[in-house]
Design a protein around this ligand. Structure first.
Ligand code: IVH
Length: 705
């Protein structure tokens, strides 16, 4: 320290007075002193120089180097500041690919993941997972050879990344030299991020200097790291968390937990929130906790990552194409982002409902690129005063269609244009009418409207309806556009119509058939697969058939209610055609408006025609009620906790419901049974305290026998 002070003293020689020898000696001294100060500051969290002193040393070093460029040392502190400006990034091929993670959005899906891990490993034992905050930054890979940092790369496409060696070097948290004893070859991987306060400071500066404003810390981190001029990276405060590895010459750890201990020893920042969890309850509690503290963390996270702790088990589990089987990302529910509305257009649904849709400048909302959002109806547009050209906040939660939360009025451009809702159908030109007390305007074109006909077909073949594999939206669009398909019954005559009658030399019929296999993108195999998928559905359950008809307001749940209450399609149709709606409205769960829609549907001639035609080809099964109404579980409230071994949470829930139980998420005085799996935590404890009957998984299964 004394030496430092001497150096910083006023009477020190000016740089111009130094001779070469003195300059070299001072550079050597400065390199050591600055490295020591860096170490004290970044690795030990115990700075022993003030910022001003530190800056003076760096400045002195730079001045000497300017005058004696040939004396610049390999370990010079100025090398931390990339000085070369590149014209483009070089490429680095990852020896081990940098994979991504599968996403899930609910605890049930995490449970399914845990079950799938166990099933794959064929073990009833509990698996321990490392739960880590999912850092919202960008991943890096840093390669060390004999303990020295030699190169760094972005993830790129997972196989080849960009060479960001110079940029990574400027991140002070990244050690450039590792202690003795590390593997000769070691790639440490993790996330580069910008802390929230650094992000705000950067944007404030940008505002004052009229330079680029970043939308969020992630963008700022990416924009700062991927700089061809690494001096710019050096000016930005970037941070890292290390969490995995790539190539290693000899692995010295058996678990993810041990790896973190090593990383810390080697001087890498490791997130203190990483936590081992052995039960689903621990996973849930940890997720809740992380959600609660999320807003107060100094950096952005977008979920929690679970990794099988044991590396041996990880190796046994291996990989799917692009993601490991041993890890998954549990994402936080709703995500928001700011973007601009570039257009508003109106879509026509299968019941003729006109839905306004906003086309957006594509934006990343919680890891998914969003370019459309629903605007619901014309009142919604008026209520939020949404105009074309507006900047808006879009929100996405799980799989639902993205929505617009608010308009940023202070960002409204002068040319923003109000949207005039059409009163004719944009697809067929028929009048679009909005009934009194209705929020939605509808096209009156019925099945003469091509959009409605097409949407009905898409609905008909969809997953919860006829579920015809390979008959996606694209196929419907294609066949409909070419007049091969008009209504659902046409699907079941496709194979017959496709037959090449010209094979029969003596036939007068010269019809060549549809020749589907000769179409672009089709072949004999795909056509035959399609026919096979169609033929599998010539027999169908009653709820699916009712749902597939696309009766307004009738979703899967209502279709099931109708099936249960009528038992056969004939019974339903008979009542409806006789305008007997008394039974309908008496069903718990079917209101007056819905009953009106159902009756109206059967009142339309063309609907009856389509149904009659369909039933020539399709057998509709009668509904057999397999719900058990007098079981030990009927009317009871059940809570599941801990890891179940022979059922997934989803299966257990469905089973309980079939036996008449309600399934709840938390234990209260209203709970009747708590089914306790392996290693249950707080819920089992609470159940015991409240004196609630506790069942083992086997007890529960017995009750459903
Ligand atoms: S592990 C094979 N751990 O999430 C597993 N990734 O969706 C490789 N991420 O590309 C990744 N925090 O950029 C892992 N604690 C964490 C993470 C994390 C953030 C990012 C990473 C990765 C992406 C996958």
């Amino acid at each position: 320290m004394e030496k430092v002070h001497k150096l910083l003293a006023k009477d020190k020689k000016s740089v111009a007075e130094l001779n070469k020898e003195e300059a070299a000696a001072e550079l050597e001294y400065l390199a050591a002193e600055i490295a020591r100060a860096d170490n004290a500051y970044y690795q030990n969290d115990a700075p022993d120089l003030t910022d001003a002193e530190y800056d003076l040393l760096k400045h002195r070093n730079a001045e000497i180097e300017k005058l004696f460029p040939d004396l610049v040392r390999a370990d010079s502190p100025s090398k931390r500041v990339g000085s070369e400006v590149l014209s483009k990034f070089g490429k680095i091929e990852h020896r081990f690919p940098m994979l991504s993670l599968g996403d899930v959005f609910s605890l049930d899906e995490v449970d399914d993941f845990v079950m799938s891990v166990k099933r794959f490993l064929n073990t009833p034992e509990n698996i321990t997972f490392m739960a880590e905050p999912k850092i919202d930054g960008l991943s890096f890979s840093a390669r060390y050879e004999n303990g020295i940092f030699v190169s760094g790369a972005t993830r790129g496409d997972g196989v080849t990344g960009e060479d960001i060696t110079a940029n990574l070097k400027t991140i002070k948290q990244l050690p450039l030299k590792l202690p003795h004893g590390v593997p000769d070859i070691l790639e440490v991987r993790g996330e580069v991020y910008m802390a929230k306060n650094d992000f705000f400071a950067l944007n404030e500066k940008a505002l004052a200097e009229h330079t680029k404003i970043f939308a969020n810390p992630r963008n700022a981190a990416a924009g700062s790291l991927r700089q061809l001029d690494a001096r710019i990276t050096a000016e930005r405060n970037l941070s890292i968390w290390a969490y995995t590895w790539g190539e290693v010459s000899s692995r010295q750890w058996q678990t993810q937990e041990e790896f973190f201990i090593k990383l810390k020893e080697w001087g890498f920042p490791v997130n203190p929130l990483n936590k081992l969890c052995s039960t689903l309850d621990e996973i849930e509690d940890n997720f809740q906790h992380i959600m609660e503290i999320r807003a107060d963390l100094p950096y952005d996270i977008d979920g929690v990552v679970y990794k099988v702790n044991s590396i041996d088990l990880q190796n046994r589990l291996g990989f799917l194409t692009r993601t490991p089987r041993w890890a998954i990302a549990h994402k936080f529910p709703a995500e928001q982002a700011l973007t601009r509305i570039v257009n508003i257009r109106v879509q026509v649904g299968r019941t003729g409902a006109l839905t306004p849709v906003a086309d957006l400048e594509p934006v990343n909302v919680g890891g998914v690129i969003v370019s459309h959002a629903t605007l619901h109806n014309e009142d919604e547009i008026a209520r939020k005063d949404i105009r074309i050209g507006d900047m808006v906040v879009v929100q996405r939660a799980g799989d639902v269609i993205p929505q617009i939360v608010e308009v940023k009025l202070d960002k409204r451009p002068a040319e923003a244009k109000p949207f005039v809702f059409p009163n004719v159908c944009p697809e067929c030109g028929a009048h679009a009418i909005r009934e009194e007390n209705e929020a939605i305007r509808r096209c009156t074109g019925g099945l003469t409207c091509p959009a409605q006909a097409k949407e009905r077909l898409k609905h008909f073949v969809s997953k919860d309806a006829f579920d015809i594999v390979g008959f996606g939206d694209k196929v419907v669009e294609e066949f409909f556009a070419e007049g091969i398909l008009h209504n659902p019954a046409d699907i079941f005559t496709l194979e017959e119509r496709n037959k090449n009658n010209a094979d029969d030399l003596f036939a007068h019929n010269t019809d060549k058939g549809l020749e589907l296999e000769k179409r672009n993108g089709w072949g004999k195999l795909s056509v035959n697969n399609l026919f096979a998928a169609i033929n599998q559905r010539r027999q169908i359950t009653l709820p699916r058939f009712i749902y597939a008809l696309g009766i307004p307001q009738v979703g899967s749940a209502t279709a099931l209610l109708l099936a249960k209450n009528y038992g056969s399609f004939d019974a339903l149709q008979k009542d409806m055609c006789a305008k007997e709606t008394a039974k309908l409205v008496a069903i718990d769960g079917i209101g007056g408006e819905m009953a009106k829609d159902i009756a109206e549907f059967f009142g339309e001639e063309h609907n009856l025609k389509v149904i009659a035609e369909l039933r020539q080809y399709v057998e509709v099964e009668n509904y057999v009620n397999d719900e058990v109404t007098d079981s030990l579980l009927s009317g009871k409230t059940v809570v599941f906790t801990g890891t179940l071994t022979s059922l997934t949470r989803g299966e257990a829930k469905a089973l309980a419901q079939r036996f008449g139980a309600k399934v709840a998420g938390s234990v209260s005085s209203h709970t009747d049974f708590v089914v306790v799996g392996a290693d249950a935590g707080s819920k089992a404890k609470k159940a015991a305290e409240l004196g609630i009957t506790i069942l083992s998984e086997d007890d529960f299964i017995q009750m459903t026998r």
